[in-house]
Write a protein that binds this ligand. Structure first.
Ligand code: ZN
Length: 240
């Protein structure tokens, strides 16, 4: 399975940001490191500086894309965001992490504001499994805790998820739909909330389990290789 990780990779380069200490090689490197240990997964990464590497050909060879962005969503070219959107409709899986809720491809796939309430106050987060039967929850106990995370709260401006797999609760009192799934065209989309850049969230074993599960769940089952914008129905397709 080919996984492509996009990370904006800006906070980690800022010496005044804790992210530069926690993730000296970038969050994409931390995520790639645990995914690469899986025999069935091969990983490549791309950052905002190398975003032109995201081509149609590259996406067609990608089973699942993972997306992390925050302050530079607008710097992602529209044509690249549009290609990611189209390839999800064709069948590519997509996992959006944390502040990627406001990324161009996620917003286009959702069609809603994707806004939420947020606060940085070092709250502990308890992440409850609300759909224990779901493949993305496999291997996770009833709940797990992150000693520090950015607080995200409802209302979260998403279309009602097909499955809400995780619900986060924060010591400040907020709750949040922290793990949500949708089908979009032939493709599967998963949103997972933990992962603020100033916390070591992507080193947490439960978070790693969820991301590995989400990648495997989102992998294509049916994929059209013609562009969705063709005037004729797709001729070529393949079962994955
Ligand atoms: Zn954040």
């Amino acid at each position: 399975m080919n996984v492509l990780i996009y990370n904006e990779f800006r906070h980690e380069l800022d010496p005044n940001c804790r992210a530069s200490v926690i993730y000296p090689n970038g969050m994409h490197a931390a995520i790639a490191e645990f995914l690469e240990k899986e025999e069935d997964i091969s990983v490549s990464t791309v950052t905002l500086d190398t975003i032109e590497e995201i081509t149609r050909e590259k996406l067609r060879a990608t089973d699942v894309i993972i997306w992390w962005g925050h302050c530079h969503h607008d710097d992602v070219p529209d044509d690249i965001a549009g290609m990611v959107y189209e390839e999800v409709l064709n069948g590519m899986g997509a996992v959006f992490l944390h502040s990627a809720h406001k990324s161009k491809p996620f917003m286009k796939l959702m069609g809603t504001s994707c806004s939420l309430i947020w606060r940085e106050s070092d709250d502990l987060e308890r992440i409850w499994v609300s759909a224990p039967y779901h493949p993305v929850a496999r291997g996770v106990d009833r709940y797990f805790e992150l000693p520090g995370e950015e607080t995200y709260g409802e209302p979260f401006g998403i279309p009602t998820p097909e499955e809400t797999v995780f619900i986060g609760w924060f010591t400040g009192g907020e709750v949040f739909r922290s793990g949500c799934s949708w089908q979009r065209g032939n493709g599967r989309v998963f949103y997972f909330q933990p992962g603020h850049e100033t916390y070591p969230t992507y080193y947490d074993p439960n978070v790693q389990t969820v991301i590995k599960n989400a990648v495997r769940w989102a992998a294509p089952t049916y994929r059209v290789t013609d562009c969705m914008g063709c005037p004729n129905p797709p001729k070529a397709h393949e079962w994955k």
